[in-house]
Design a protein around this ligand. Structure first.
Ligand code: C5P
Length: 224
């Protein structure tokens, strides 16, 4: 693999959490830092790809030499990803998208009262499944699965349901894995049923391993 091994390829990466507001100053979210997605975007760019990074709110700075698209909600992320997906050769979705959002967003800050407050949550679109449904044979699509139980079973089901080439599965109960860490211990599951258990690595190194696999798949589609 040469350093510019993704020259001429367009890579779309999603990263970070989403914020789902129920009033102007409050929202539902999760602890995703965006580090895994940013590491993927930077590494793809270093390999010569044209990179679009679509990220929810994070403390990370826009990386140089690539296009960073900042969004807040799942609906915004969905819109931007749909715009960019058709022209992408590689799509890697590492964002921790909120599965639910408040049905209504109050225009003003909700005042407290003596009564309890109920917020009705409705589903957000599954962005990755939407992309998987229209994926072409010449595109490589990669997803993530963060699980607290039945890691392999759940990840395998997502791989098939969302029409992915491979899925990066993350056991959230392990120390040194998942949200906010600089390291990650993942398993990579492919369509052939192979499971590759990687050691605990930095997120930068996990990004390199993922893109090595992407390049192998691209070489196959380029020859078909
Ligand atoms: O189904 P689950 O949320 O566990 O799947 C995780 C994968 O799907 C990740 O790659 C994540 O980025 C993506 N996803 C998405 N849109 C959602 C939910 C998950 O793109 N609404």
């Amino acid at each position: 693999l040469t350093p510019k091994s993704l020259q001429g390829k367009r890579v779309l990466v999603t990263a970070g959490p989403t914020w789902e507001p129920f009033d102007p100053v409050r929202f539902i979210t999760n602890p995703s830092s965006g580090k895994m997605g940013f590491a993927l975007a930077v590494e793809a760019s270093r390999r010569g790809a044209h990179v679009d990074l679509v990220t929810g709110p994070t403390n990370l700075l826009d990386p140089p030499f690539l296009s960073t698209h900042r969004v807040k909600t799942a609906l915004e992320m969905d819109r931007v990803v749909r715009d960019l997906a058709a022209t992408a050769d590689v799509i890697v979705m590492s964002a921790a998208v909120s599965d639910y959002r408040p049905e209504e967003t109050a225009p003003q800050k909700v005042k407290k009262s003596d009564r309890d407050l109920t917020i009705r949550l409705i589903r957000t679109p599954d962005i990755l499944a939407g992309v998987g449904a229209v994926k072409r044979a010449d595109q490589v699509l990669v997803g993530f699965a963060a699980e607290t139980e039945n890691l392999i079973e759940n990840a395998t089901e997502k791989l098939r349901k969302k029409n992915l080439d491979f899925i990066v599965a993350n056991d959230l109960t392990r120390p040194g894995s998942g949200f906010r860490c600089d390291t990650n211990q993942v398993k990579i599951l492919d369509r052939g049923g192979q499971v590759d258990t990687l050691p605990c690595l930095t997120k930068n190194e996990v990004a390199r391993r993922i893109l090595d696999r992407v390049e192998t798949l691209l070489q196959k589609v380029d020859h078909e």
